[in-house]
Design a binder for this molecule. Structure first.
Ligand code: HEC
Length: 244
């Protein structure tokens, strides 16, 4: 992972250097150019473009973290994203990106950001086809982001750090991990007064750098007297209120 981080942009720098050198070195460079494999972005063999298909996928699945002021380097513009094209393809194919950090199927979340096989194919074809930018007119408007981040707890949010019994009904929209140690794994459930056990979230394994809210597909109202269990000592999770 770390190797790839430094390798991908460096490759791009190398490409650029080769281009800049060519005119200066004249004939020699021409001879060189015949031997050097053409830089990938010189030969465009795909109709898929950053401005039309790729940014629309990234806007939904990646930009919540990969943006200026986000938790990772920006992928919001072609210039930001182009040097990472190969790395993007690798990370999504290996299913390392977008990171989820929880066991799927335990709780049901609308912001599960996994890419579909079709989206993987689109990204692969774009990268293999020379990663073209496309036309300005195809660019969609920049997306807006949910206000909730581990640093900002929305009004009405309830921070819990151990078993807790609700003293009022709580309309639950989602869960926001806050202070959780690296690689922590735990199952969080709600036990209602009538004895139902509702799976909320199975953290596995948690990485603070990937922290993001988990937004329920179907918000639920937990009745007064419900007990939330499973949060280990030292950890903090915020219950996000509906409409908050
Ligand atoms: C929840 C936040 C989050 C989301 C969503 C996310 N990323 Fe990341 N990504 C990170 C962080 C943080 C890093 C840097 C730390 C690391 O390398 O693990 C990273 C690293 C990367 C890297 C560099 C990996 C390497 O080391 O070479 C690539 C490429 C990448 N992300 C692409 C994507 C793409 C494409 C998507 C969407 C399909 C995406 N990410 C979604 C947080 C996120």
């Amino acid at each position: 992972m770390l190797l790839a981080t430094s390798a991908s942009p460096n490759l791009q720098v190398y490409d650029k250097t080769v281009h800049r050198l060519r005119p200066r070195l004249g004939l020699l460079a021409l001879a060189f150019a015949c031997v050097l494999p053409a830089a990938a972005h010189d030969v465009i063999t795909t109709k898929i473009t950053w401005n039309r298909e790729i940014i629309r996928i990234l806007n939904v699945h990646c930009i919540s973290c990969h943006r200026p002021g986000g938790s990772a380097f920006s992928l919001t513009t072609y210039n930001d994203g182009r040097p990472w094209a190969k790395a993007i393809q690798e990370e999504v194919l290996e299913r390392r990106m977008p990171p989820w950090g929880a066991v799927k199927g335990f709780g049901d979340f609308k912001n599960d950001q996994a890419l579909t096989p079709e989206q993987l194919e689109v990204i692969g074809e774009w990268v293999d086809g020379g990663a073209p930018e496309g036309e300005d007119k195809d660019l969609p408007p920049a997306p807006k982001f949910p206000a909730a981040t581990p640093e900002s707890v929305p009004a009405g949010g309830l921070t819990i750090n151990g078993d807790l019994q609700l003293t009022n009904d709580f309309a639950l929209e989602g869960l926001l991990p806050r202070k959780i140690s690296e690689n922590a794994s735990f199952q969080m459930v709600a036990e209602t007064p009538d004895g139902r056990v509702i799976p909320l979230l199975w953290m596995f394994p948690f990485k603070p750098i990937y922290a993001h809210p988990f937004l329920l597909k179907n918000p639920i109202t937990l009745p007064k007297g419900t007990t939330i269990r499973g949060i280990p000592s030292g950890a903090e999770i915020v219950l996000l209120p509906s409409g908050g």
